[in-house]
Write a protein that binds this ligand. Structure first.
Ligand code: ADP
Ligand code: MG
Length: 327
């Protein structure tokens, strides 16, 4: 089973940033309102995610580190319309099989916290009591210490850190209601309080994408039936130094999708600016049954049931919104 975990880790855990992604998704699934992320040496030495979610009861701590012990799917039908971000029950065991992992948690109704540790082997000792507020901390040290070939494949600390920052930035853009802090080598990079109003959201976005983008963008909010598109599109006055300010979220999940990119670009170029690539941070919401987000474990692709209709809606919605600001 440990070999299977390590092979699965090859799918799920490509680099420190993928560990952070999985841990953050777990924190969100647990209803966290505040998440603290600590990274050392590009994540090679330490990755720590601490949340104030519902926590894990003592008896379930070891289980959380064993394969396919997800608590999130009860039936196959549920798998069809899964709303939670993670549901494969593979992430923690995979990460634990290629690192020194400690999982500490205190459940909502428990009067103390507990810790379990894994060191890349299958053996998981009994939980020990530990001081911990309600919520969960996962600490991952020495990623790939027991798979030297994989460890060697990692890039420089700076590059690995950049990937982590990207993951955190995307999360911060997709969950405005969740407070986030990110520290690298004990230095604070982001401290983002929960953003409730649109103004607070814009302030957070300015921290993440730069103030010029927010100042030179149009806020879009369009709805047709159950399809809803909202967010910010950069205006022609926004001259971008950042190469790639293009973020699109489908039901809260960042995706890169040719169909979507095409619809957005076509609307933008049609109305505003021929021959230029738009900058945008857009949110698309639709019935989860109309979209398949489980294409790949890395989960950045989507398949729409009716891609023509989706393309049409996104194009129309943006076209309409932008028409009001045609220069
Ligand atoms: P999955 O998220 O696919 O269920 P994981 O391996 O990521 O599988 O996590 C295993 C289980 O551990 C989860 O189903 C959940 O019950 C528990 N868990 C993991 N992280 C947290 C967390 N931050 N807060 C509460 N429970 C968690
Ligand atoms: Mg998970």
């Amino acid at each position: 089973p440990q070999l299977i975990n390590q092979i699965a880790a090859g799918e799920v855990v490509e680099r420190p940033a993928s560990v952070i992604k999985e841990l953050l998704e777990n924190s969100l699934d647990a209803g966290a309102r505040q998440i603290e992320i600590d990274v050392e040496q590009g994540g090679k030495r330490l990755l720590r995610v601490r949340d104030d979610g519902t926590g894990i009861p003592r008896d379930e701590l070891a289980l959380a580190l064993s394969r396919h012990a997800t608590s999130k799917i009860a039936s196959l039908e549920e798998l069809e319309q899964v709303a939670s971000l993670g549901f494969r029950g593979e992430a923690l065991p995979s990460i634990a099989s290629v690192s020194r992992l400690s999982l500490s948690s205190r459940a909502l109704d428990a009067d103390t916290g507990w810790t379990v540790e894994a060191d890349g082997s299958e053996r998981i000792e009994a939980p020990r009591p530990a001081a911990h507020p309600v919520g969960t901390s996962v600490e991952v040290r020495e990623l790939f210490f027991n798979t030297p070939a994989r460890r060697k494949f990692l890039r420089t600390d700076t590059t690995e850190y950049k990937h982590i920052e990207d993951v955190v930035r995307r999360l911060a853009m997709s969950r405005f209601s969740v407070g986030l802090t990110l520290r690298h080598n004990r230095k604070q990079v982001f401290r983002l309080p929960p953003a409730g109003t649109q103004e607070e959201a814009a302030r957070r976005l300015a921290r993440l994408c730069g103030a010029p983008f927010v100042d030179h963008s149009l806020y879009v909010s369009q709805q047709t039936g159950e399809l809803r598109l909202s967010g910010w599109v950069g205006l022609p006055t926004f001259s971008r130094s950042q190469a790639d300010l293009q973020y699109f979220f489908v039901n809260g999940r960042m995706v890169r999708d040719k169909l979507i990119t095409h619809a957005v670009r076509q609307a933008y170029q049609d109305v505003l600016y021929h021959g230029r690539h738009p900058a945008y941070v857009l949110y698309f919401e639709l019935d989860p049954a109309l979209v398949d987000v489980n294409v790949h474990p890395a989960k950045s692709e989507v398949r729409f049931r009716d891609s023509r209709a989706i393309h049409g809606f996104i194009f129309q919605a943006l076209h309409q919104a932008l028409a009001g600001v045609r220069p």
